[in-house]
Ligand binder design. Sequence first.
Ligand code: ZN
Length: 132
Amino acid sequence: MPLYDFKCNSCRKTIEVFQGFYDGTPVCCEDNMVQCVSLWAHTPARWGDSHEYFDVGLGKTIKNAAHKDQVMKEMGVRPVSSSEIADEQQSIYSENKQHEKEVSVFNDALNRTNDVTAAIATAFPHKEMAQE
Ligand SMILES: [Zn+2]
């Protein structure tokens, strides 16, 4: 259930409410408070600090951000950086491109020679084929 921040335009007080706990907008200084959309960004972290969840990757129930840091330290793991994810994606992309190229070379060679063994040798010159 998401938290929302509301601000009173008269006294400048801000409060947090769970949507559903209130019917309509909270009232302060005899007027409706204004929902602060700009404060939304900070709520997930705060929210995460007060709600346990099961982390599939770690295989453990995580209580908060500090607990997650501690668990990861104990397990000797660390978060994957976005650059590592980008590198991995680039690597998969390159492998796919390489595979497409090999298939293309293989098909060309097969069309030319009508010889599967020769086509394999042409398309995969560095791979150890037919080692039976
Ligand atoms: Zn007020």
